[in-house]
Structure formats: structure tokens, C-alpha cells
Design a protein around this ligand. Structure first.
Ligand SMILES: [Zn+2]
Length: 179
């Protein structure tokens, strides 16, 4: 059996004239060889088309967005924890540096310190709220703050807080001595 031009036409079906198309269909009904080739080619065409049209699963954009938001939230939580940890570390370090000087100053002020202690306990209880507020405040800006400020700013704040505590107590101590 003569398979040309039908084998060639199989790959050009869309450009065939109606006579050629009818001849091809007639040949395909009688020729197993060309019918097998036609089926194989149709399969390949289908696979190429379906491969290029594979769409992402429904909700892909939504999932991607929520994963991104989740990642950002975790990053901010890590940064907030780092800021709080650095501040606490700074305070502890300053307490070690100035602890021996502060101790005699604090002795007359123990009742005041007790009051402060309860205030600190209150602060700790409100720490979660503080974290939330700081988180909201820093949320918009932390990405644009260089790392060096993220470390040095809490340390400076801790230093200022300690200086404030020291000066308040010096003042109080002097006043107590005058009395
Ligand atoms: Zn044939």
C-alpha cells in the first residue's frame, strides 16, 4: 500500500483542502499503518497542549500570599525577640558594671525599691502588650533600619535608663542624708 502523501498530510491536516482531507480520511479507514501514525501524532499533540496549559492548583496565589505573610510575621517576631534580648542583656551588663557602686546607694532606698519591684512586676505583666505595641510600631519601619541601629538603639536606651535610675537614686540618697 502506498502511504504517501497521506503520511505527510497527517502533520498538515489544518492546511489540507477539503478534497485532500476526504482522501486522507478514506485512506485512514483502510490503512492500519497510517491510522496508528495518526493516533500517535494526535496523542503527542494532546500532550504538548496539555503540558503548556498546566495551571496552578486553585488558591495558589492565596496560599503563596499567606505563606509570605507568615514568613514576614515570624521574621518580625525573631527581630522583636532579638531587640528585647539585647535590651535585657544591656541592662544586665550595666547592672554588673555599676552594681557595686549602686549597692550602698540602694540600701537606704529599700522600701522604695520594693515599690519599684512591684512596678517592674507590673511591667513584666504588660510585656506582652508592650511587645504588641512595639511590633506594630516597628512593623512598618524595621525593614528600613540598619542592623547596627537595631543593636545599638536598645543598648543606648538601656544605658539612658540606667543613668536615669542612678541619678534619681543619687538625688534621693543626698536628700535622705540631708534629712
Ligand atoms: Zn497508509
Amino acid at each position: 500500500m502506498k502511504h504517501q502523501p497521506y503520511e505527510f498530510w497527517l502533520f498538515e491536516r489544518k492546511t489540507l483542502s477539503s478534497d485532500e482531507a476526504r482522501d486522507l480520511e478514506d485512506h485512514l479507514t483502510t490503512c492500519d499503518n497510517c491510522r496508528a501514525l495518526a493516533n500517535a501524532w494526535t496523542n503527542i499533540e494532546d500532550q504538548i497542549l496539555s503540558a503548556s496549559l498546566v495551571a496552578p492548583l486553585p488558591g495558589f496565589t492565596q496560599r503563596w500570599r499567606s505563606r509570605l505573610a507568615d514568613h514576614r510575621r515570624r521574621t518580625h517576631q525573631r527581630q522583636m525577640s532579638a531587640v528585647l534580648f539585647t535590651t535585657a542583656l544591656g541592662l544586665v551588663g550595666l547592672a554588673f558594671l555599676f552594681g557595686t557602686e549602686l549597692l550602698p546607694l540602694f540600701q537606704p532606698a529599700i522600701p522604695t525599691l520594693m515599690v519599684w519591684g512591684s512596678k517592674v512586676a507590673n511591667l513584666v505583666a504588660n510585656l506582652h502588650l508592650f511587645r504588641m505595641i512595639m511590633g506594630i510600631l516597628l512593623d512598618a519601619s524595621i525593614d528600613s533600619i540598619p542592623l547596627v541601629y537595631r543593636v545599638s538603639l536598645p543598648l543606648s536606651l538601656a544605658g539612658l535608663a540606667t543613668l536615669w535610675v542612678v541619678s534619681i537614686n543619687r538625688f534621693r540618697y543626698r536628700r535622705i542624708r540631708k534629712e
